[in-house]
Write a protein that binds this ligand. Sequence first.
Ligand SMILES: Nc1ncnc2c1ncn2[C@@H]1O[C@H](COP(=O)(O)OP(=O)(O)O)[C@@H](O)[C@H]1O
Ligand SMILES: [Mg+2]
Length: 384
Amino acid sequence: MTSTSAAGSDTRAARSGGSALELEQLEKHYGDFTAVHPLDLHIPAGQFFALLGPSGCGKTTTLRMVAGLDAPSGGSIKIGGTDISGLPAHKRPVNTVFQSYALFPHMSVFENVAFGLKRRRVGDWKARAQEFLELVELVHLASRKPTQLSGGQQQRVALARALVNKPEILLLDEPLGALDMKLRRQMQTELKRIQTDVGLTFVHVTHDQEEAMSMADTVAVMNAGRIEQLGPPQELYDLPLTAFVANFLGRSNLMPGTVVGRRGEFLEVDAAGHRVLLAAARAVSESGDVLVGVRPEKLDIRASTPGDAATAENELAGIVTDTAFAGMSNEYHVEVPGLGDFAVFAQNRGAAILQPGDAVTLSWHPEHAFGLDGADDVDAGEES
Ligand SMILES: Nc1ncnc2c1ncn2[C@@H]1O[C@H](COP(=O)(O)OP(=O)(O)O)[C@@H](O)[C@H]1O
Ligand SMILES: [Mg+2]
């Protein structure tokens, strides 16, 4: 599935200085290794677009082809409707922010931001540099040298330096990767605010699924040189179409089974002898082998009572194998005969915490399950 479009959120384009980005059959080979398979992608102007995937899946290669830093093996790139495939990097209306800030160490913050403007002899360079320092809230540190700044502040200088040139598209390659977790979360909010303020098209590359989901209008999940699924974060999370997406974006319990019948809107699935209902509209296939997926927070867990045989549909009897108290919630692992390990997130509402060895019953609303191709690898996209 490489034909993809992120339509539906160009509302911001009207007040945007940004442009749409269109990739057509863009691909990259290194010898006989394919880093990026032919990729069709349309990113509307003004969008915050995230390219999400594990290390080595082809994110940087894709970005570098757009920036003009790597030559594609085939395909074309359009910005604002104009084919820029033949332009050298410095003539493309894009700027890139990398994980390493590459600031000029001997220049002040102000000089770093003003550098490109002065070189291009932009008339109002002083006012422009000041404006972008304000945008990233660094006016008070304008005369400091980069070494006198924290990592987050340095990244904001790098951002101002890229934005001040008014690119049509800003490319960000793991720009927050060097920051510690707390600063990273803070900068995510900052970056989102700045993108909203300037209304530019942002293409943000990351391997951090939480970062992609919290910031982007559209997330594209990339795996081994291909985009597996693309859409608004909530949609991807709610209805993943492959095991890779189900596991890489959040967590999923995946049950192998076979469709054995149909009841109205629902498919009846036999999963290791357990009867499970699955909404047909939420399944990639309506017959044959499937994987039934349920997110850990969609599972209800209760202590089994004697004689409670868990015979109803979408009820599984199991034994707690692990309990982790995390304040707001409890995370349980439950072993279900024939189906293996289930992860369960239970909100802490004051009920007694279940202990390893406890017999429990798991249940869920059939509308919360999703159905994947039975041939998918249940462990695809799991963080190792
Ligand atoms: N110059 C190169 N020569 C050979 N292989 C490369 C080169 N650059 C990248 N690759 C390979 O292409 C794949 C994608 O790399 P990259 O786009 O950097 O991944 P990501 O940014 O998603 O971590 C990787 O397997 C990488 O080893
Ligand atoms: Mg990379």
